[in-house]
Design a protein around this ligand. Sequence first.
Ligand code: UD1
Length: 312
Amino acid sequence: MHFIVTGGAGFIGSHVTEQLLSEDHYVTVVDNLTTGNLNNLPEHPRLKFLEKDILACQPEDFSKPIDGIAHLAATPSVTESWLQPLAAHHNNLSATIAVIELCQALEIPRLVFTSSAAVYGNPVQLPITETHPTSPISPYGLQKLVSEQYASLFAQQFGFSMVALRLFNVFGPRQAPNSQYSGVISIFVNAMRQGLPITIYGDGTQTRDFVYVKNVANAFAKALITSLTSGSCIVANVGTGKSISLVELVDILKTCFPQWQSELKFAPARPGDIKDSQADISNASTHLDFTSQWSVESGLQYLIESLDPVKG
Ligand code: UD1
């Protein structure tokens, strides 16, 4: 089959691309390389790369037939969405509408949209099912929620099928640790391998459902190929179904970095930080045959093995 992956040179998109290639599919990656990097992609005879913003793409840029599009291109940052709301709106919501137009023009039967646990806002019950109230507490969460609604509306009207994957806390190789708002695992792993201190914001009892990126890539591949009637829409959480606290995370990381002797600091909780998060993944299991194959521990092991040795 032939799939388009938008944002395919990014952290999660490059793993989705690899997964699809490993399943013998043809992949066209579209990426403007703002946050993506060509080094994230393999050279592969079944892989085509188009350096372009998805908002600038025309149907003529692609060769038909296309069996599905996985839309991962976005500004995946809550902080950015507060600082530059219009730009984030453009890259997160308008870009999704551009993808919907491509689905129509190119008669693409399946759209898999990258949504986020951010659509739920502050959880009022755990684990979080897809019927949990949606009440975003950031422009980013709102943009993801409205994108889901656009995709669902157009899928029903024009007869393509749509799967929205609400990702929980994804981690793994190629996740950039370059700001204090990067994923906490990328920050802690980066610091610990260099023997640097780490900081927990709050008391460390906050919990998250950390999901290894290969689990997520699997969910995308299943969402692209699973059999669905035209016009149908599925919304599915993607996590492990289990959560751990930050203190527990640090304990696991200490076993991965036994030589780490630096300081564990505590600082005040970040404003707007949610306390607990844990996905109910029964929808993904029922509709997409999804199972979380990699645990946090095994994912961390793969992540650490994938890193280049620290220089110096
Ligand atoms: C995550 C998503 C975010 C999404 C939200 C939805 C990531 C990177 N972010 O945010 O896009 O909107 O879920 O619920 O996946 N922390 C530390 N020390 C650090 C860095 C972070 O203690 O150096 C703490 C944070 O304060 C937070 C926890 O670790 O309590 C997780 O932080 P982070 O990885 O940024 O993810 P979320 O805040 O859950």
